[in-house]
Ligand binder design. Sequence first.
Ligand code: NAD
Length: 313
Amino acid sequence: MRRAVVTGGAGFIGSHLCERLLAEDYEVLCLDNFLTGRPDNVAHLIDHPGFRLVRCDVTDYVHVAGRVDAVLHFASPASPIDYLRMPIQTLEVGSAGTHHALGLAREKGARFVLASTSEVYGDPLVHPQQENYWGNVNPIGPRAVYDEAKRFAEAITTAYRTAHGVDTAIVRIFNTYGPRLRANDGRAVPTFIRQALEQVPIVVAGDGSQTRSICYVDDTVEGIIRMVHADHPGPMNLGNPHELSALELARWIKELVGSPSEIAFGPLPKDDPRVRQPDIGRARDVLAWEPKIHAEEGLQRTIDWFRTQVGSR
Ligand code: NAD
């Protein structure tokens, strides 16, 4: 049986990944310090014989006994509210945390997959974004704690490949949504859904013309799993090229929820990217991957899940 270590496995994407790896007959060791994730996200996996959850801050150390075939490094605050509140932890997990996770992959001869982000493209001057675009990031702007941590993480991952021969891979994940997002994490999809369900105004930043391309979590996870099994180093964009404006997204969610909420307009956060759309040509060629779940279906599933959570958290 193959064995995978997932850092950040009790988070949103990490928990779906653990679930999927178990379904693929992996043994899964989930390492998490519950900074932004929670044990609840993997509570349904605890009785699975192949699953183990260990509380561990990967910025301190990463030690694992026994064989490991794949290390998936997903530990990091990911929503703007989280990383702006925890700037140093975010920089540390992207730097020291990535270094430690790479050390584990090197020691075990495992494939290493880094969860990087479309945020390495910053406020892009090229649209849509292809992997060969270097990005437009303000290194002293508020978002730099996340963007530059991930850019460093990509650099050290590449250095481990060239200097130590580690079998590394980088996936650049674009906005992903689905069940287990936190209602108050500040990202557009969960915020709009919460506001629509609570029947309070749905607040769109700026004039709502900024665009996002949102990918349902099952599609993102499928791409990540294909990358685990490929021998390509990446970087590999994983996202849904279907681009929509924040205002369209808000209107759509309001309609799917059937909410009487009005749509209101709030301030635009500093350095907020104006546009965001992945070019997924490489993932199509190398991984034969493309998103399958239409936003309407993915949003409906997410809304249904949020309805089950009302009053339970
Ligand atoms: P999340 O906050 O739900 O999950 C992150 C997990 O990492 C949490 O469980 C948290 O407790 C854990 N963690 C944080 N610091 C840690 C540390 N020092 N040691 C151990 N565990 C730690 O976020 P997510 O949306 O699931 O994102 C997961 C990964 O995917 C992140 O690396 C993020 O940068 C990347 N990513 C996510 C998206 C997205 O749209 N969700 C987009 C691009 C990239």
